[in-house]
Design a protein around this ligand. Structure first.
Ligand code: 3H9
Length: 686
């Protein structure tokens, strides 16, 4: 009886195992079982001289089945399968297309030879899930490609292209790729005809002695120490690779498994796996199945400021032709110069080839007249954040843009419906909220207005993916998901300051939690006069007002909450400290003594609370969307999983009690009904 997941066919003495388990041929139990049985049959057949294993569909195995994680692994395990591969007395060839990832590449490493089509990518990306390759990857890869390359591949986690894989010895041949199956079978026949040895990766010697490996690893750790902070997986991976050099293969596998299980049980990995699924869930939005999409072949960006030029770059980098429009010629020239300089810099750093740079330059046009929007399928407005101005621009765009074009606003907190209302086509109006720098930050909030059509929403979600971003759908409200949730952190931080807590203590607690910088360091970077300061109406009412009035506008003026040296290194400012003490003295209360954990809870529990409000108001579709938005848009540490799942771990009842305590002390906040209800019922968000 043939197994539908794994078909076995024969071509002139070569058995071909073809696995077909859409969407990505993950190595779940049923697939493992099918391979194990079929491989057993092929190897036992005396007419078979070699075996080729390949996959149908869009990709080679994408790894172990992540949905099985957290449950006991059912037999046959990957180790059992790979033992059979290793021990086979006939050559087994893995033929790779698409992506061979994680357990998928580990399977290929357990084969005797590997070939790949030119477009294939190969990687061990488990680190991104807070894990390590637990099916021999950390033991076989160093033996095959050397310790230094294995560190890059496994700790770095980035897949390599077929050509690079060949260079480092990960594969044995890049096929032409016209007919992978036939070319792989021909390769297997060549092996048999030439009497090629059974090359068992497990039996290859490590390229370094334990002492040399220890030195290479120590050097690697030192160079990457900063990026390891907060993550558990890199340290365990390094330990596992070390084991490949200082003990026999079997003992190395045992060590690898211990370290794998430790990671699997860790909160860091649970959080990172949550984000993996959150990213995929965010792409699923409630639109009619047959709504279709607007074909976007050309883009116009209105406004050449920081956001406009960043958005232009984001589209150019994704291969779209873009016309950047600004009615102010000097502003347009500044924006265009930034776009060109960024493309040049990408080329000079080797991140793009000169021909790609030239193609992007050629796809970039500028215009000072708004009628240039007439040619675009998508118009993105990125003018100054003022409702009347945006409405005026939208009226003009409405008059000029072609019928059916998508009209997007990059507003970060204004009412999208009020913008859409000035047009005759509100169904075509959508928010595309990019985060600065728009060509770098991964989050794209797609804002759905009251009248935005399904077709336009689906178009925007697809665009997000094409731009290499995580698109998260948001309803209309002040600040949408990410800015609105994080505004509560800033307010809580300001309240602490007014009680006499120092900004550097608050910032240190946030950095300790895992943010790249704290809220006051961020304010100093952005400029204290940019957010929340009204120059015309300032009266020393807040610490920020006092600092701004004193000309302490942040890094750009050499001082803000911190004092800066010529290299923009900040040190605690005596002026800021005196100002804060002065404010605190007015309250008549002594400044509270707070631990870093107290500060974390004081600042971040209100974010969880706001997340609950976003859910109960229907602004965010799911709790995981909020986590995804903050991880991608605000560098919320991915190893905590985002505010909602972190809130679940802290305990919702504890959060409600802490918020009630803040309210009792005068904080102007209210607790979300959803949060209270869930806390009372002992429920969680996720
Ligand atoms: C591992 O291997 C551990 C071992 O070392 C040791 C074990 C002992 N499992 O991303 P897409 C689903 S850890 C289950 O939208 P694309 C995904 O959720 C694994 N499901 O497509 C989605 O489902 P849905 C190491 C998986 O074309 C659907 O497939 N491997 C898995 O943009 C389509 O996915 C990795 O970390 C999986 N392994 O990208 C690779 N992978 O439609 C993770 C995907 O219901 N995967 N799904 O939302 C990827 O990087 C990308 O999915 C891939 C395709 C590049 C393969």
């Amino acid at each position: 009886m043939t197994n539908p997941l794994c078909t076995l066919s024969h071509e002139d003495g070569v058995a071909v195992l073809a696995i077909d388990s859409p969407p990505v041929n993950a190595l779940g139990q049923a697939v493992r079982q099918a391979i194990h049985e079929t491989m057993g049959k092929a190897l036992a057949d005396p007419a078979v001289t070699a075996v080729v294993i390949l996959c149908a569909g869009r990709t080679f195995f994408a790894g172990a089945d992540i949905t099985e994680f957290g449950k006991p692994f059912a037999a046959p395990g990957l180790h059992d399968m790979f033992d059979r591969f290793d021990g086979a007395s006939k050559p087994i060839v893995a033929a790779i297309h698409g992506t061979a990832l994680g357990g998928g590449l580990e399977l290929a490493l357990a084969c005797h030879y590997r070939v790949a089509v030119p477009t294939a990518k190969l990687g061990l990306p488990e680190v991104a899930l807070g894990l390590l390759p637990g099916a021999g990857g950390t033991q076989r890869a160093p033996r095959l490609i050397g310790v230094a390359q294995a560190l890059d591949l496994i700790v770095g986690g980035k897949p390599v292209a077929a050509a690079q894989a060949l260079r480092i010895g990960l594969i044995d041949r890049v096929l032409e790729g016209q007919d992978m199956r036939a070319e792989a079978v021909a390769y297997a026949r060549e092996l048999v005809a030439s009497g090629a040895p059974l090359r068992r990766t497990r039996d290859l010697p490590a390229d370094l002695t334990p002492q040399e490996a220890a030195a290479t690893i120590a050097d690697y750790r030192a160079r990457h120490a900063k990026s390891f902070v907060g993550f558990k997986a890199p340290g365990n991976i390094v330990r596992a690779i070390e084991a490949a050099t200082d003990r026999p293969f079997e003992a190395g596998l045992t060590r690898e498994w211990e370290l794998f299980e430790e990671l699997m049980a860790s909160p860091e990995s649970a959080a990172q796996r949550h984000i993996f699924f959150a990213e995929r869930a965010a792409a699923k939005v409630p639109v009619a199945r047959d709504c279709g999409e607007v074909a976007i072949a050309s883009v116009a960006v209105v406004g050449a400021g920081t956001m406009g030029s960043g958005i232009t770059l984001a589209f150019l980098n994704a291969g779209f032709p873009v016309t950047m429009i600004d009615v102010n010629p000097p502003a347009l020239e500044r924006g265009a110069a930034h776009v060109r300089a960024t493309l040049e810099a990408l080329a000079s750093k080797g991140r793009i080839t000169p021909s790609v740079r030239d193609a992007r330059m050629a796809a970039f046009a500028t215009a000072t007249a708004l009628d240039a929007v007439a040619r675009a399928d998508l118009v993105v407005e990125a003018v100054f954040e003022r409702l009347d101005l945006k409405q005026q621009v939208f009226r003009q765009i409405d008059a000029l843009a072609k019928p059916g074009a998508v009209l997007a606003s990059n507003t970060s907190f204004l009412d999208l419906d009020a913008i859409a209302a000035v047009t005759a086509r509100p169904a075509d109006v959508v928010g595309l909220h990019f985060f600065a720098p728009a060509n770098i930050m991964r989050l794209l909030e797609v804002v759905r207005g009251a009248k935005t059509s399904d077709r336009v929403i689906q178009t925007a979600m697809t665009l997000g993916r094409k731009l290499g971003k995580v698109a998260v759908l948001s309803g209309v409200c002040d600040g949408f998901i990410a800015n609105r949730a994080m505004a509560r952190r800033s307010e809580a931080a300001d309240r602490l300051l007014e009680q006499g807590v120092m900004p550097w203590d608050v910032d240190a607690a946030m950095v300790g939690y895992g943010f790249p910088m704290g809220p006051f360091q961020m304010m100093d970077l952005v400029g204290l006069d940019v957010i929340g300061w009204d120059k015309e109406n300032t009266a020393g009412r807040t610490v920020q007002e006092v600092l701004c009035e004193a000309g302490r506008l942040g890094q750009k003026s050499g001082s803000g909450y911190y004092d800066y040296d010529a290299q923009r290194r900040g040190t605690p400012s005596a002026f800021a400290e005196a100002t804060i003490r002065d404010f605190a003295a007015r309250s008549g209360q002594p400044a509270p003594t707070l631990s870093a954990q107290d500060i974390i809870e004081h600042l971040l529990f209100p974010v969880v609370n706001e997340g609950a409000k976003l859910l109960e108001e229907g602004i965010a579709l799911r709790a995981s969307d909020i986590d995804m938005a903050l991880v991608a848009g605000y560098a919320w540490p991915v190893y905590t999983g985002g505010p909602m799942i972190w809130g679940d771990h802290c305990g919702l009842a504890r959060i409600v009690a802490a918020l009630d305590e803040q309210i009792a002390q005068g904080a102007p906040i209210t607790v979300s009904n959803l949060l209270r209800t869930k806390a009372a019922a002992g429920e969680t968000f996720l």
